[in-house]
Write a protein that binds this ligand. Structure first.
Ligand SMILES: [Cu+2]
Length: 218
């Protein structure tokens, strides 16, 4: 029964891929949004992200500390028209194992992946767990990321320009090994066809992209 529930919840993650491929004409709008990234699970981590929108292209800069050292951290922009446009809290920890807020448990709050913050190659939702293309934290647990000219759909550009998108950095530590080896299986495994532990994919830090300046956004 639990398996059925998880698959149903994970479906929107894949659904977003189809939406993105529709594309849209570029607009003249521009905006800058900023997110303070705060811990979702029990991590002493924090960070900041800026997203500049120019028409249908975005530039993303992200800096974080307190992440799992020397481990890769998948990071995304999440958005769903019917999501809460916010980050999950302990109240969203509704499925076993309790004490771990999983990516799927947060979907109602931040929506599906709309942009994968990879270092190279595609940035589509389907790249959401392309762990060989995400940034690793340093041995001190710091992470910095910058990538420009990321093409997004009109809907995603509008979501960012209107303060509805959310940045999530994944990869947590539920034990003391500084490796991804605990928490049970990830609830994204079925949707992405991977076999990762929950530690590799559960959200570490999260923040809503609040608009700090905008021009021509309607
Ligand atoms: Cu994510």
């Amino acid at each position: 029964m639990r398996r059925t529930t998880r698959l149903a919840l994970a479906a929107p993650v894949l659904g977003a891929a189809a939406m993105l491929s529709l594309g849209a004409p570029a607009s003249a709008a521009s905006a800058t949004a900023h997110a303070n990234l705060a811990p979702v699970n029990d991590m002493d981590a924090s960070g900041e992200a800026y997203v500049d929108v120019q028409g249908n292209k975005i530039t993303v800069t992200l800096a974080a500390t307190g992440l799992v050292p020397d481990q890769v951290h998948a990071a995304h922009i999440h958005f769903g028209a019917h999501a809460g446009h916010e980050c999950p809290t302990a109240a969203d920890d509704t499925e076993m194992p309790f004490g771990q807020i999983s990516t799927v448990e947060g979907l109602d709050k931040y929506g599906p992946i709309v942009v994968s913050l990879t270092t190279f190659g595609p940035t589509d939702p389907g790249s959401g767990l392309a762990i060989d293309r995400f940034t690793s934290a340093t041995s001190d647990g710091d992470l910095s990321y910058e990538r420009g000219s990321i093409k997004v759909s009109h809907e995603v550009a509008r979501a960012i320009e209107t303060g509805l998108a959310v940045v999530v950095v994944h990869g947590v530590q539920y034990n003391d090994t500084e490796a991804y080896d605990a928490g049970g299986p990830s609830d994204l495994n079925a949707a992405f066809g991977v076999d990762l532990p929950a530690e590799a994919t559960d959200p570490a830090i999260c923040g809503v992209l609040d608009v700090v300046s905008s021009k021509g956004v309607k």
